[in-house]
Design a binder for this molecule. Structure first.
Ligand code: ZN
Length: 218
C-alpha cells in the first residue's frame, strides 16, 4: 500500500491533493512513487531526495549527510513521515542543512507522529479499537480507548519492515512533539514555528496522533 493511502485512507487519484503552498521550488525529503507524484501534482517544481532509488526520486542522497544542494536553492522543504526516521543525534544537523538550502523566509513543513499525544494514549490502548473508533460496548475500556496496541507500537517505533536491504528504514529513530520541534527549529535558524491542521495531510482519526509543523527560515 502506498504511503499516501496509508496516511490518508484515500486513493491516489482522489481529487483532494495536498494544499498548494505557492512555493516555486519544493524539496521533498523522503518519498518515492505515487507519493512523489501526489506532491508533484500540488506543487510547481519538486525535487525528490531519498536514500533509495525509486519511481519519482530525483536525487539519491543519504539525508543524514550534508544535503547535495546549494545555499538558498529552495522556497519550501516538505516531508511527511520522515523526520522520525532520522536518528535523534543527527536531526539538529539535518535541520541546519534544511535552513541552509532554503531561501530566507522559505517554509519548512513536516508531519510526523506526535509523541505527546501517543504518550497520553498509553493508557488508552484497547484491542477493540478499529479505524480509530473504540467499541462503545467494550467491557474492557468502556469505549474510552483511542488506539489499538499494535497501532500504538507502530506509531511509536515504526513498522520495522525489512524492505530487502540491510537498513530497516521503517524503524523510528526519533520522537517529536511540538515543544521539542519548536526548540530544535529555533536552534537551527527558523522562526514562526506553528502547528498546522494535520487533517490537511492525514486521514481523520489518524490526524489526531500526528503533528504537522510549519516554520520559516530566518
Ligand atoms: Zn475497548
Amino acid at each position: 500500500m502506498s504511503l499516501w493511502k496509508k496516511l490518508t485512507g484515500r486513493k491516489p487519484q482522489d481529487p483532494q491533493r495536498y494544499q498548494d503552498s505557492g512555493a516555486a521550488r519544493t524539496l521533498l525529503l523522503g518519498g518515492a512513487g505515487e507519493d512523489a507524484e501526489i506532491v508533484r501534482a500540488s506543487r510547481k517544481f519538486v525535487v525528490v531526495a531519498d536514500i533509495r532509488r525509486g519511481p519519482g526520486v530525483t536525487i539519491l542522497a543519504n539525508l543524514e549527510l550534508p544535503l547535495p544542494f546549494r545555499d538558498a536553492a529552495f522556497d519550501e522543504i516538505f516531508s511527511l513521515e520522515f523526520i522520525e526516521h532520522v536518528p535523534h543525534p543527527d536531526l539538529p544537523r539535518l535541520l541546519r542543512e534544511c535552513r541552509r538550502v532554503l531561501r530566507k523566509g522559505g517554509a519548512w513543513i513536516s508531519g510526523c507522529p506526535d509523541m505527546e499525544v501517543l504518550a497520553s494514549w498509553f493508557s488508552l490502548q484497547c484491542d477493540c479499537v478499529e479505524a480509530w473508533q473504540a467499541d462503545p460496548k467494550c467491557k474492557s475500556c468502556g469505549g474510552k480507548a483511542r488506539i489499538s496496541p499494535s497501532r500504538w507500537l507502530k506509531s511509536v517505533f515504526g513498522n520495522q519492515e525489512d524492505y530487502g536491504d540491510s537498513r530497516r528504514a521503517d524503524t523510528h529513530k526519533n520522537g517529536l512533539w511540538f515543544a521539542r520541534l519548536n526548540q530544535l527549529l529555533e536552534e537551527a535558524g527558523f522562526g514562526g514555528v506553528k502547528r498546522i491542521d494535520a487533517e490537511a495531510y492525514y486521514a481523520r482519526g489518524k490526524a489526531e496522533s500526528k503533528i504537522v509543523v510549519e516554520a520559516a527560515a530566518r
